[in-house]
Ligand binder design. Structure first.
Ligand SMILES: Cc1cc2nc3c(=O)[nH]c(=O)nc-3n(C[C@H](O)[C@H](O)[C@H](O)COP(=O)(O)O)c2cc1C
Length: 160
């Protein structure tokens, strides 16, 4: 079996729950993308045009700082990457994570939670961001209550 990492960003815990179950189900290591400055409820208010998340997401070049670091990224062949959908895509802090490591030769498997939107074109966005160096699969939206059993069926079915 390939050595896998489940890396995730989660502002309010939904994606975290899925990531923890997936790591357990796959026997993978778990890594949290931790923002230098935690997101408060006010930061996450998408109805406020001035809120931190709105401002960050409007700027495609925004890269919020991350304080956690994956040790020995070289050891992983597969990286599951979990995040909430913000404004139809991955939060910019996920882009910070993606630009911090060399993913050449690895498979990246995005997964998201959301209020309803699917994962859309996030796989293509990630591929473009990495300059085509990694193998990026399209990925999948998961319900917050997806069971470890269902996550395992999904992950094993990817045939990576
Ligand atoms: C700033 C912000 C933007 C969001 N944008 C979307 C969106 O475009 N589509 C959607 O379905 N859900 C959207 N959501 C809902 C989150 O994707 C959803 O609540 C997610 O499960 C939260 O995950 P977390 O608890 O791991 O942070 C948004 C939430 C926030 C805070």
């Amino acid at each position: 079996m390939k050595k896998a990492l489940v890396a995730y960003f989660s502002a309010t815990g939904t994606t975290k729950k899925v990531a923890v179950s997936l790591a357990e189900a796959e026997g993978a290591d778990l890594f949290e993308i931790v923002p230098e400055k935690p997101y408060t409820a006010e930061d996450l208010n998408w109805q406020n045009k001035q809120s931190r998340s709105t401002v960050e997401m409007q700027d495609l070049n925004c890269r919020p700082a991350v304080i956690s670091k994956v040790e020995n990224m070289e050891q992983y062949e597969v990286v599951f990457l979990g995040f909430p959908i913000w404004w139809g895509r991955e939060p910019s802090i996920v882009d910070t994570f993606l630009e911090a490591y060399d993913f050449a030769g690895k498979a990246i498997v995005p997964f998201c939670t959301s209020g309803g939107n699917g994962i859309g074109f996030v796989g293509d966005r990630i591929k473009a961001l990495l300059g085509g160096k990694a193998m990026v699969v399209n990925g999948q939206r998961m319900g917050g209550e997806t069971s470890a059993e269902d996550l395992k069926i999904w992950a094993d079915g990817l045939d990576l």
